[in-house]
Design a protein around this ligand. Structure first.
Ligand SMILES: [Ca+2]
Ligand SMILES: [Ca+2]
Ligand SMILES: [Ca+2]
Length: 347
């Protein structure tokens, strides 16, 4: 059995689609052909030419299959991946965004097609390599590591890549380029903002004579779209090596002294006491009983750096004995600031 329409790479408009298939059986007869979109049964046909009308098909990406069943109940199936209308939109080529830092191969631009994941000025792939049903021009690459590169990059074209930055920071990007005689200029946008400024490509003397140019981009954390934009044509593009940021900003520290409620509370056998210091301070953290007697000294006059700190109280006194069930007070004293929290120990 063979799906004859639509076939792999076809792009029918949404609405009504008549799926066609041919089928034959060398030692018997084809009883019927069943048609599916993914796991959804669409219909069947008992006579050649085998066809099935699929109605009200929305834009999307589908795996269409035809299953031929013979007079002995045996079956064979054929499938075709089909994009209907605008397809399923922009998506990472490998299914998940590039997790930075990583190498992004130029030819692994997002799926989704012309005007969505890329813009290319001439139909078809001039290099006829790798993604041959799309318009981005990809050819074999003889740079170290081989693979493919994007060529025939024209002004006004662009390529998009879904990326995921683990944190904010200034990322260094090393871009692998080659240029026979003209050089060129490009920049890289993230979520629509030019983050690199113009990057000049030097003349390397050959379309497969490669060099690296480096730029930096201050990125926000999270998933975003990276877009490479040639503004002066004349170069080939192999990959973008995005490197880990060297200036990861420190998380902002606490702005004031604070002693947080112990957790858990009530507790048994232990509870965690957290406190904030906005600056380095001399800290005392002491547990008292209801009569005001010291039960346990957790921190005794230590100089402690700014930040969030945690101390665990295991319910024992300074002599290592289990404290009795009851209510206790935990007091933080740090550079003149004091704060007290109530804790209940249940035996
Ligand atoms: Ca093209
Ligand atoms: Ca092109
Ligand atoms: Ca490449």
């Amino acid at each position: 059995v063979l799906v004859t329409y639509p076939t792999e790479g076809d792009n029918p408009p949404p609405g009504e689609i008549t799926i066609e298939a041919t089928a034959s059986d060398s030692d018997g007869a084809v009883v019927r052909v069943e048609f599916y979109a993914g796991a959804t049964y669409l219909g069947q046909d008992a006579a050649s030419p085998y066809a099935c009308t699929w109605t009200s098909v929305p834009d999307g990406c589908y795996v269409i299959s035809a299953k031929a069943i013979d007079d002995e109940g045996a079956f064979r199936a054929d499938t075709a991946e089909v994009t209907v209308g605008t397809g399923c939109g922009q998506a990472p080529y490998h299914g998940v965004p590039f997790a930075l830092p990583t190498r992004i191969e130029a030819e692994d631009y997002d799926a989704g097609g012309e005007g969505i994941a890329y813009h290319d000025t001439d139909p078809g792939n001039n290099g006829n390599q790798y993604r041959t049903s799309e318009d981005v021009d990809v050819q074999l690459c003889t740079d170290e590591g081989g693979g493919f590169n994007v060529g025939w990059l024209r002004e006004s074209e662009w390529l998009e890549y879904s990326v995921d930055a683990p944190g904010a920071g200034t990322y260094s990007i090393e871009v692998r380029v080659a240029s026979l005689s003209a050089g060129g200029v490009f920049h890289i946008e993230f979520d629509g903002i030019d983050k690199t400024g113009d990057i000049a490509v030097p003349v390397t003397g050959g379309w497969q004579t490669w060099t690296s140019v480096t730029a930096t981009a201050a990125l926000a954390p999270g998933r975003q779209i990276m877009r490479l934009v040639p503004t002066v044509e004349g170069f080939n593009l192999n990959y973008m090596d995005v490197q880990a940021p060297t200036d990861v900003p420190a998380a902002p520290g606490p702005s004031r002294y604070a002693l947080y409620p112990c957790a858990p509370n009530p507790f048994n056998p232990s509870t965690t006491i957290a406190y904030d210091l906005p600056e380095r301070a001399t800290v005392d953290l002491v547990v008292y009983d209801l009569a005001g007697r010291v039960v346990r000294t957790l921190v005794a006059g230590e100089s402690i750096a700014a930040g969030r700190h945690e101390v665990v109280w295991n319910g024992r006194d300074d002599a290592g004995r289990d404290a009795a069930s009851g209510v206790y007070f935990c007091r933080l004293s740090a550079s003149g600031h004091t704060e007290t929290r109530r804790i209940t120990l249940i035996r």
